[in-house]
Design a protein around this ligand. Structure first.
Ligand SMILES: [Cu+2]
Length: 150
């Protein structure tokens, strides 16, 4: 009988300890400050890249002006299959109609407006973002940016 009494006491202690542990776990789950504050959604994974349209202008000795429009930055780097949003703000030049070589992406960047271009390349390579108003030096360019996918 003495043996059984000890077992009952031990059982009570075990139940007490289990209750304390469960209470502690419940408190940890509901009030822990270590838990992440925000959840990661697929929206968070889309990286944004910002670009502007710029202009270089200079005067030659004879007084004539020379100028070139540019995408700035002129080179951007993307990972293969990475989802990004290229946000292009029009600063210099009224309008820049563009295309990205090797894709069906077309658009226009207008002064004071932001054009958002979703990008996701399946193939590695260098893709050229070309403005068709200023594609080369004869047309106040070359307004070409390089998208390096790696
Ligand atoms: Cu242009």
């Amino acid at each position: 009988m003495h043996f059984l009494v000890i077992q009952k006491k031990q059982l009570t202690v075990i139940i007490f300890v289990v209750c304390i542990v469960l209470a502690a776990l419940w408190l940890w789950n509901n009030y822990s400050t270590v838990a992440p504050v925000s959840k990661t959604t697929s929206e968070d994974k889309i990286r944004e890249i910002h670009m502007v349209t710029g202009e270089f202008k200079s005067q030659k000795k004879d007084g004539s002006e020379i100028e070139a429009y540019r995408w700035d930055p002129g080179t951007i780097f993307l990972n293969k299959n990475e989802r990004t949003r290229l946000k292009i703000l029009g600063i210099n030049g009224e309008e820049h109609p563009f295309a990205i070589e090797g894709t069906s992406i077309r658009g226009v960047v207008k002064k004071g407006e932001e054009t958002v271009v979703p990008l996701e390349f399946k193939e590695e390579g260098v893709y050229r973002l070309i403005c068709y108003t200023h594609p080369d030096k004869e047309n106040n360019g070359p307004m070409i940016a390089y998208i390096v996918v790696d």
